[in-house]
Design a protein around this ligand. Structure first.
Ligand code: XMP
Length: 325
């Protein structure tokens, strides 16, 4: 029954409830870990960020966070992880710039499942290398949340940074494993994490890699990252952040003719996708105001290198999936 939410755990809705949860967890973590050292893969997503902030409060520098930049993160994300955790929370943070490694491995690979496998396997390899450089690590912290346990049965919790070799098995520390996503967000808020970290939309593990459709190239990946940043900025300015469930841009590997300064261009289209869903199994398309779409189109076609068109994806799920690959 270790993986069943305790009946005594009240649903966390208010900051006061979150503060009580935090106090309890700090005590429990100190009892479990004592003076041991804990390793955490910190992606900057809500779950791992909340786990990091809890552990920093409980054990300070005995937590070692590893942030792997695989080159497929959104604009500003690695910088924010460093700013928040190293500079503001004074955490023990190892930043690994693995951009070239990932992009070299992915060069020329256009099959979506192969891309996912390469990203997943390379991530474990980088994390393993970092873990081997450290001494006396006894615990591995993970941002497992309750839906992960409910959806995958009790096995998944052992497979999150799964794939680590036999000699690198640690005791797991999973302080938010009985919480639902909305509760994790309230706890994050109570821990003082910034809103754009706490209320972040879902982001796939392979990151922008599955939005740079086909074989990833650095220039087209930059077009994905820059157009995504513009879309997010405009959605935030126009009150859509936190209202629309997931929104992002895709750059497929096709070119079309355009015209700029009287000359013909041969450039990519950017596709905007903005959807609402409860469970990601089905999804509807957000009715974004046409004038806002026109404004975003104007910005993307003028500010993003290599892009001459913008399209809006009108397809619900089904028949389209949320991501393009
Ligand atoms: P689809 O595209 O299948 O996506 O409609 C449903 C939800 O899952 C996310 N997604 C992923 N998340 N690894 C992840 O961690 C993945 O490989 C992956 N593929 C899709 C997607 O962003 C959406 O929220």
């Amino acid at each position: 029954m270790e993986n069943r939410r305790p009946e005594t755990l009240e649903r966390i809705v208010t900051l006061k409830q979150a503060e009580a949860f935090i106090e309890e967890q700090i005590q429990a973590l100190r009892e479990q870990i004592r003076d041991g050292k804990v390793l955490l893969a910190l992606s900057g997503g809500v779950d791992s960020s909340v786990v990091a902030a809890l552990l920093i409060k409980a054990i300070g520098k005995n937590l070692v966070c590893v942030h792997v930049n695989h080159g497929l993160l959104r604009k500003g994300e690695p910088e924010q992880v460093i700013q928040v955790f190293r500079h503001e929370m004074d955490a023990n943070l190892i930043y690994v710039d693995a951009v070239d490694r990932f992009l070299d491995k992915l060069a020329g690979v256009d099959n979506p499942e192969k891309k996912r496998k390469i990203i997943g396997a390379e991530f474990i390899r980088v994390f393993e290398e970092e873990a081997r450089k450290l001494d006396n690590i006894r615990f591995l912290a993970q941002g497992t949340i309750y839906p992960d346990i409910l959806e995958s049965g009790p096995v998944k919790s052992h497979h999150n940074v799964g794939g680590l070799p036999e000699d690198l098995q640690f005791e797991l520390v999973e302080p938010v494993k009985f919480l639902y996503k909305d509760e994790v967000r309230v706890v994050g808020k109570a821990l003082g994490l910034p809103d754009n970290m706490v209320f972040r939309q879902p982001f796939p593990g392979p990151g922008l890699g599955v939005r740079c459709v086909g074989a990833i190239t650095r220039d087209r990946l930059e077009a994905v990252r820059e157009s995504d940043a513009i879309l997010r900025e405009e959605f935030a300015k126009n009150g859509l952040q936190g209202k629309v469930w997931q929104y992002f841009t895709i750059v497929p590997d096709i070119r079309s003719t355009g015209i700029r300064d009287g000359l013909r261009t041969d450039e990519w289209p950017v596709v905007i996708r903005a959807v609402n869903t409860r469970d990601a199994v089905t999804a509807t398309v957000e009715d974004v105001p046409f004038s806002l779409l026109q404004h975003i189109t104007d910005r993307i076609t003028h500010e993003v290198k290599g892009v001459n068109r913008v399209l809006y994806d009108l397809t619900p799920k089904p028949t389209g999936t949320i991501e393009w690959e």
